[in-house]
Ligand binder design. Structure first.
Ligand code: TYM
Length: 337
């Protein structure tokens, strides 16, 4: 069976970018009976970006409820919280010991932090923790722990997948002796929505404050966010350029190809931005609204979510624990060796 795995960092409220980039393709892929699915809440990763315990706890609940409302079936998948699997940080350390510092120097998130410091005339590594620096190694451990073949992600994660492959190959080379321990994982990026843009046309991201929330705040929050999408000042009746508008990429992520064609044509024919936004809300709602009740029901029962996560962790550890024992032996730490 093909193993599909993906995770979401528990630092914020899930937005449409998370949904179209990771959750929707992941849940769809799990419908294939030849797929073994692993979906998890990356809460150790959350510690890197967020020092607010209440925010992390709240986000964990929101993201878990989002996965379940979006159709994840915990009976037929492995659905767990990263911090319930102690083998993951253990593997992360083993991988840290075989990963070149030079590889980590090239990571986009780290480089962006260094560049920002340089622009401000500050010390290069100001505010850069070792957690941020080794972020891709922990992510490699998430993936390699379960020997995932495919990892559905948005484009921003592709470099991390390349690094996971490098790290896996290095470990296989050092300790494999003809038995490759790790599968080399592949990123699965949906070309249509590789990077969903936000209200201002940049990548939709919590750090840009340009997101449209998926479930939190209900239909009202979606409406409010869409109202804030930046447009030019052309009046109704004047032809618009759909391809430079911030509405089309979001519309396209939720519409059928023929709906999208109609939308393009209507904008070219002078559809007003107000009406264009109303149609955008409709097409988002047609997909999101049917899942919203389920989300709200789940959010009202945090104990049920906790039970589901603990059962999922047990299932995942049934794989991780024996594998970790083999890996310990492979590197010379096996107690019985
Ligand atoms: P995170 O939490 O930032 O985002 C979760 C997923 O959502 C995708 N995404 C987007 N896709 C399209 N357009 C957007 N605007 C957009 N914004 C976010 C991300 O690409 C991602 O797939 N490091 C990961 C979490 C992680 C992980 C892993 C993923 C930890 N371990 C192992 C896969 C496998 C992250 O921070 O994603």
């Amino acid at each position: 069976n093909t193993r599909v795995l993906t995770g979401i960092t528990t630092t914020g409220t899930p937005h449409l970018g998370n949904y179209v980039g990771a959750i929707r393709p992941a849940v769809r892929s799990a419908e294939d009976p030849t797929v073994d699915a692993f979906f998890f809440l990356a809460d150790y990763h959350a510690l890197i970006k967020c020092e607010d315990p209440a925010r992390i706890a709240r986000s964990r609940l929101e993201i878990a409820a989002t996965w379940l409302a979006a159709g994840l079936d915990p009976e037929h998948t492995h659905f767990y919280r990263q911090s319930d699997i102690p083998e993951i940080p253990e593997l992360s350390w083993m991988l840290t010991c075989v990963t070149g510092k030079g590889l980590m120097n090239r990571a986009h998130a780290y480089k962006a932090a260094v560049d920002a410091n340089r622009d401000k005339g500050e010390e290069e590594d100001d505010g850069v923790t070792m957690g941020l620096f080794s972020y891709p190694i922990l992510m490699a451990a998430d993936i390699l722990m379960f020997n995932a073949h495919k990892v559905p992600v948005g484009r921003d994660q592709v470099q991390h997948l390349e690094m996971a492959r490098d790290i896996a190959a290095r470990f296989n080379h050092l300790y494999g002796e003809g038995r490759p321990w790790f599968v080399l994982p592949e990123a699965v990026v949906d070309d249509e929505v590789a990077t969903l843009t936000g209200l201002d046309g940049r990548k939709m991201s919590k750090s840009y404050n340009n997101t449209i929330p998926l479930f939190e705040g209900g239909a009202k929050a979606i409406k409010g966010a869409v109202a804030r999408i930046v447009t030019d000042s052309l009046e109704p009746g004047q032809p618009k350029d759909p391809f430079t508008s911030n509405l089309l990429p979001i519309y396209q992520a939720f519409a059928t190809p023929s709906q999208t064609q109609d939308y393009i044509k209507a904008l070219q024919d002078g559809l007003g931005w107000g009406e264009a936004k109303t149609q955008l809300i409709q097409v988002i709602e047609s997909q999101i609204a049917p899942m919203r009740d389920q989300y709200e029901m789940l959010m009202a029962k945090p104990d049920d979510i906790e039970d589901i996560l603990l059962a999922g962790a047990n299932k995942a550890r049934a794989i991780a624990t024996p594998f970790m024992e083999q890996l310990r032996a492979a590197v010379g730490l096996g107690k019985g060796a």
